[in-house]
Ligand binder design. Sequence first.
Ligand code: DNO
Length: 355
Amino acid sequence: MEMTMRWFGPGFDPVTLDKIRQVPAVTGVITTLYGVPPGEEWKKEDLLALKKEVEDNGLRIAGIESVNIHDSIKTASPERDKYIEKYINTLKVVSQAGINLVCYNFMAVFDWTRSDLAKPRPDGANVMAYQQKFIDEINPDTMFDVISAKSQGHVLPGWEPERMAKVKELFELYKNIDDKTLFANLEYFLKAIMPTCEKYGILMAIHPDDPAWPVFGLPRIVKNKEDLQRLVKTVDNPHNGVTLCTGSLGSSPSNDIPDIIRSLKGRIHFAHVRNVKHNGPGDFEESAHLSSDGSLDMYAIMKSLYDIGFDGPLRPDHGRCIWGETSMPGYGLYDRAIGLSYLSGIWEALQKGGK
Ligand code: DNO
């Protein structure tokens, strides 16, 4: 396992590489060419410049999160093959930069969804939270305004203004896409890129849907063990793998995450490890990483990863906003560093034979 942190790159992330380097155990960052719209081919020189900046700061790029998928691929529009070709060219650039891990998602319209980006907790911290009741009452067209009003001026991953300016159009695009069609489109995409992934040694790691159930009536195909098993079996190639995101899968109390981990042995290429606190049906908040602060058993999760021999990059995920830090919601340095140290401690105990 390699301990990493997400970093959004120069001009986007207020957390700097020199600070990340000081977090004990971190050797790599997970990053992307943030700002390149989905569908646009990556330029090798841009990625090499980013890589140099990371390496000049004593770290390495351990993986890309994300190379986003153009909507024509998700919706099987007539242009999809053209966009798959572009995606393949980007994968080649990624491999030329010596990077072999690509995280992506296949969610319709919205990437992760929250109803609150700064829910106050009794100790003065604030956290991102989700209440189905709020989502049911909101007009999806206004979702972006709700999210951006609380983003402290930062561009949130998956909620880029250019994309959100087209929310109505996007809903129109997906209006005839159900779960079955979306899955068939994912299968088509994966089968088309697998030869390139094999040739260049790229591990694809799909991110689960967040939250792990349908929102705004949109299709959802990566929300539980059954979906994940279907995905890895339908395209049964080790390069077709998963980002095991405990917070996304863990939003649903019916997901048994240690069991999901064990069922995906050999196919988990990347892990996002964080806790969530279930407050009631369809209602959760992103607690501190510690088991005692949320509803997930973080020891059992880390133990399952350890037991299946997980050896990819792992990163702490959304942290609480604490100590007055101003950051992208969920991506401040302080609480992610605390979470990371806790996860490192569990890992050390597992390595030393703790039961
Ligand atoms: C949110 C992230 C997601 C994730 C994408 C992967 O914080 O977990 O935006 O990066 O879904 O493509």
